[in-house]
Design a protein around this ligand. Structure first.
Ligand code: SAJ
Length: 417
């Protein structure tokens, strides 16, 4: 099989490498020449465990090549970004451009698959009309559908193979053809449905998680109001066999949970009320964290220095997309009574990045544990305390042992308490 993958990002690149190491001939296409040149040298431009080894093997075998233009193939996979605009609408320009680009390369019997997370109706109302320009009969001479990616950054290669997969076809035969293609490397079950149902499944999976995190964040605020510990409430309530309250935190980031629910709201603004409120609740968390810092440090009248540990959107990865900590730093930048210093072992070039954990704590008033990277499990608390002005430790993740911090002379504050 010959497969042309449009977009060599977080999904397109691992998917290309996976097909290539399973015996397919893969052409990875990207508009960015740097990405294409790097891949042809066997190098990768995103961070993901083991991906470098797999890509190297794929390129060396001759099964994976990159180009800025598509080639003729048996199947085309569209895996380009679907970002969100300022107005919280899906920006479909990359999907449209990629689909238009493949039209001249299509042949009778080809398969076209949209993998990018998209609003409902994208395949039927946006992609099909573009593909019709090829002159082929859709569903009979061109097989079209949506198979959303569902892999977790940090575990992409494992999840690509082992997760269950949904395939939504424009008709039954399209779904079956697409299923047979993914069977080349997928060990999980593959479920067939319509394209629009598959689009909604993907959006709803991430919305489910976002709404549940919003519930946890609201609980955190309620417990702060009452004066009890939300983390204890969650732990005990989750002993119930049908309850699974998620974890509160300084906000929800990443390119998925903070974006996808808006694709549902955009198409159903009068109905998607819980979904919209949840999004806003999660978006309110950086401001809530800042309000609590204001309260903790209210007696200090000079410029206060805050040392932020972690700025990625979640632990143990280098991804800062939509990170709520970046939002928090922006909020602090707007104020002239805060000075910020950050340390994140996964990030090298942030404007406030300190050299190490001691450097970040220098002359600081408060340590903010923002991301629970494993690297922060054993902080050099005594040495950090020595260089600080005030010793407040604000844990937004219930990650650090309270007694240990207090033993070192810190005042420990917990989000959700
Ligand atoms: N978070 C919380 N509390 C929690 C869980 C997560 O505050 O209890 C926060 C994290 O700190 C992070 C954000 O949510 O800022 C998102 O992290 P995540 O680990 O939940 O998910 P992502 O965005 O890395 O990946 C999600 C996954 N979706 C689901 O688990 C339903 C993944 O399977 C999808 O493939 C991915 O979105 C995607 O690409 O859509």
């Amino acid at each position: 099989k010959k497969i042309c993958v449009m977009g060599l990002g977080y999904i397109g690149l691992p998917t290309s490498a996976m097909f290539a190491t399973h015996g397919c001939k893969v052409i990875g296409v990207d508009v960015n020449e740097k990405v294409v040149d790097a891949l042809n040298r066997g190098e990768i431009t995103i961070e993901e465990p083991y991906l470098d080894i797999m890509v190297q093997a794929a390129v060396r075998s001759g099964n994976l090549i990159a180009d800025t233009k598509p080639h003729e193939a048996d199947a085309f996979i569209i895996a380009v970004p679907t970002p969100i605009t300022e107005e919280k609408k899906a920006d479909m320009s990359y999907v449209i451009a990629a689909t238009e680009t493949i039209v001249p390369y299509l042949r009778k019997g080809n398969i076209v698959i949209l993998e990018s997370t998209s609003p409902t109706g994208t395949v039927e109302k946006l992609i099909v009309p573009i593909l019709e320009k090829s002159g082929f009969k859709i569903g009979e001479e061109l097989y079209v559908g949506h198979s959303p990616e569902r892999v977790l950054p940090g575990k992409i290669l494992w999840e690509l193979v082992n997760n269950n997969r949904i395939v939504g076809g424009i008709n039954r035969i399209s779904a079956e053809k697409i299923r047979d293609l993914y069977k080349i490397f997928v060990n999980g079950e593959i479920f067939l449905t319509t394209a629009t149902t598959a689009e909604m499944c993907k959006l709803m999976e991430n919305t489910f998680r976002d709404v549940n995190i919003a519930l946890a964040n609201e609980l955190a605020k309620i417990c702060e109001n009452i004066g009890i510990n939300a983390w204890e409430v969650i732990e005990l309530a989750n002993k119930h066999p049908r309850v699974n309250i998620h974890q509160p935190g300084p906000g929800v980031g990443g390119h998925c949970l903070a974006v996808d629910p808006w694709f549902i709201i955009e198409k159903n603004p009068d109905i998607a009320k819980i979904i919209e409120l949840s999004r806003k609740t999660n978006d309110s968390m950086p401001k809530h964290v800042l309000n609590r810092i204001d309260e903790i440090l209210k007696d200090i009248k000079r410029t206060k220095k805050i040392s932020i540990l972690g700025i990625t959107y979640k632990p143990n990865i280098d991804d800062m997309r939509e990170s709520p900590i970046i939002e928090l730093i922006d909020l602090m930048d707007e104020r002239d009574d805060y000075e910020v210093s950050v340390y994140d072992p996964y990030v090298k070039n942030h404007k406030y990045q300190a050299k190490d954990l001691i450097d970040v704590a220098k002359n600081s008033d408060l340590i903010l544990l923002a991301v629970h990277h494993d690297d922060f499990k054993n902080l050099p608390l005594s040495d950090m305390a020595k260089v600080m002005r005030n010793k407040y430790f604000f844990d937004t993740r219930n990650f650090i042992n309270r007694e240990e911090v207090e033993e070192k002379g810190f005042k420990y504050i917990l989000l959700g308490e």
